[in-house]
Design a binder for this molecule. Structure first.
Ligand SMILES: C[S@@+](CC[C@H](N)C(=O)[O-])C[C@H]1O[C@@H](n2cnc3c(N)ncnc32)[C@H](O)[C@@H]1O
Length: 219
């Protein structure tokens, strides 16, 4: 997503209290950061922030961390978080650095919403569901090790299905047309609104990785 730099972005990023500037210092201490023991859900590539903000408002018993690598887009997301919202933190950074930011088991769920599809075969390793990323998420997730994914992109969805299956994840609640399914409580992202208004069906799945998956692999 190319987006023009905003005149106000530097000020927003430096003054917005939801932005965490040296997130590595909270590795293993995110519950201390939030001041509670509530589960922590991360959205990787949170874009302009509509999903994470609405999710945080609807779920005060969860802490949410949005990770976004583009500065201007992160500034737009930061503007959406009202000062009184306590359960959102935002990190401007790349998914590749997640291992420097979180201890194994520190996250309870990861959301991947409309991740960049990188449709050409030679770009497959850049996809946020490439097996290297899935192995990283597996380490950082505790409990049921849940990933919730939505996309409009067929190539990305098919390759994600393959990557999850190849790396021992169990899939459930798969939908090939989310908006015409019986799934309740969907929170739309900015991209989701744009693509669905063009008539594009939205794909969704939930992936979980259980210990018996590890046994099967002999890990
Ligand atoms: C297609 S947009 C979707 C944004 C939002 N999730 C939505 O559904 O409206 C993908 C977003 O992921 C971000 N992104 C892509 N790769 C990333 C990475 N490796 N780490 C962090 N953010 C990433 C992009 O900058 C972009 O804002």
């Amino acid at each position: 997503m190319r987006i023009r730099k905003k005149s106000w972005e530097a000020e927003e990023l430096s003054s917005n209290r939801h932005l965490v500037h040296e997130p590595e210092q909270y590795k293993g201490k995110w519950h201390e950061y939030f001041g509670n023991d509530k589960p922590i859900y991360a959205e990787i590539g949170c874009g302009k922030g509509r999903f994470i903000v609405q999710n945080a408002i609807e779920n005060p018993d969860v802490n949410f961390i949005g990770i976004e690598r583009q500065t201007t887009i992160m500034a737009i997301a930061a503007r959406k978080v009202s000062p009184e919202i306590e359960n959102v933190a935002l990190i401007r950074g790349d998914a590749e650095t997640l291992g420097d930011i979180f201890e194994p088991g520190e996250l309870s769920r990861i959301y991947l919403n409309f991740s960049d599809p990188w449709p050409k075969k030679r770009w497959a390793k850049r996809r946020l569901t490439y097996r290297g990323f899935l192995e990283l998420y597996k380490k950082l997730l505790g409990g049921d090790k849940e990933i919730f994914l939505k996309t409009d992109n067929t190539v990305f969805f098919e390759s994600s299905l393959n990557e999850f299956c190849e790396t021992g994840w169990s899939l459930s609640n798969i939908s090939l047309d989310l908006h015409n399914s019986d799934y309740e409580g969907n929170i739309m992202t900015e991209y989701e609104e744009r693509f669905s208004s063009m008539g594009q069906p939205i794909y969704r799945l939930e992936a979980r990785w259980k210990q018996n998956g590890a046994d099967k692999e002999g890990n």
